[in-house]
Design a protein around this ligand. Structure first.
Ligand code: HEM
Ligand code: HEM
Length: 194
């Protein structure tokens, strides 16, 4: 992307919205599957497999996105934006990238450390066998450890929900109150014309 352009590149925009959709689905799906009763074991199992599949996909897409981000310029924030707001926006974006990597990795730690890790394998979209991390063979209380990872995963998901709330509020404020081009930075061409 050339310097000074007024939008993210098409690849960055496509990845932003694809990952956003998946993350919202992961949060809603994760909370739903977690609260399903034991009697619905088959549905629960299928939803966990789907959750792991999309979660690992988010991890891969995020790595692609980070690679793209580091090699392509982002559009500058409006010159009129106060320095603290620019710093807050950058901080939120860095926070997103940290969560987008940490959430799937901690999810992977939950299933890898579980005492049922041998009997419950992960197949991405029912096709690709996704291995468990190998660090937990000697651990005495795997149930407690896996439970701790699940708690961390839940806290990270709540942090993600909070950050999405702030991020969306900021995007809408820029568009409807400041009436600047920040939202247009991340819209595909058709959306910007509208
Ligand atoms: C961006 C990616 C992800 C998001 C946003 C996400 C979000 C969530 C949420 C909101 C829950 C429900 C938390 C609760 O009610 O305790 C959950 C549960 C869970 N997630 Fe994820 N997750 C992601 C990726 C993954 C990955 C990659 C895996 C595994 C490979 C995974 C494994 C799990 C497991 C096993 C649970 C159930 C934990 C329990 O039963 O306490 N997640 N996730
Ligand atoms: C739901 C999950 C979402 C995640 C994880 C997410 C993540 C991100 C990240 C990491 C960036 C920074 C891009 C970069 O410079 O590298 C970004 C930018 C942006 N996002 Fe989101 N986003 C989400 C949802 C949304 C939604 C729903 C909107 C609109 C209402 C939105 C509007 C924007 C805009 C306008 C920018 C560009 C801001 C600028 O020019 O600096 N995002 N988003």
């Amino acid at each position: 992307m050339k310097a000074g352009v007024d939008r993210y590149s098409s690849v960055a925009i496509a990845l932003h919205w694809l990952i956003a959709l998946m993350v919202i689905g992961q949060i809603a799906g994760g909370l739903y599957m977690h609260n399903l009763p034991k009697e619905q074991a088959e549905l629960k199992f299928q939803l966990y497999q789907l959750h792991k599949s999309f979660g690992v996909t988010v991890l891969f897409l995020t790595m692609l996105r980070l690679g793209w981000r580091l090699s392509h310029k982002a559009p500058p924030l409006p010159a009129a934006m106060p320095a603290w707001e620019k710093a807050a926006a950058r901080g939120a974006h860095v926070g997103f990238y940290v969560l987008l990597v940490a959430l799937p990795l901690v999810g992977w730690l939950i299933v890898s450390s579980s005492p049922y890790a041998d009997s419950v394998q992960t197949y991405l979209f029912g096709v690709i066998h996704w291995p468990h991390l190998p660090f937990f063979d000697g651990v005495e209380d795997r149930k407690a450890l896996s439970h701790d990872f699940a708690e961390i995963h839940e806290y990270l998901a709540f942090a993600m929900i909070g950050l999405i709330g702030l991020h969306v509020a900021a995007a809408l404020k820029h568009h409807f109150i400041n009436k600047d081009t920040v939202l247009a930075h991340m819209l595909p061409a058709a959306g910007r014309r509208a």
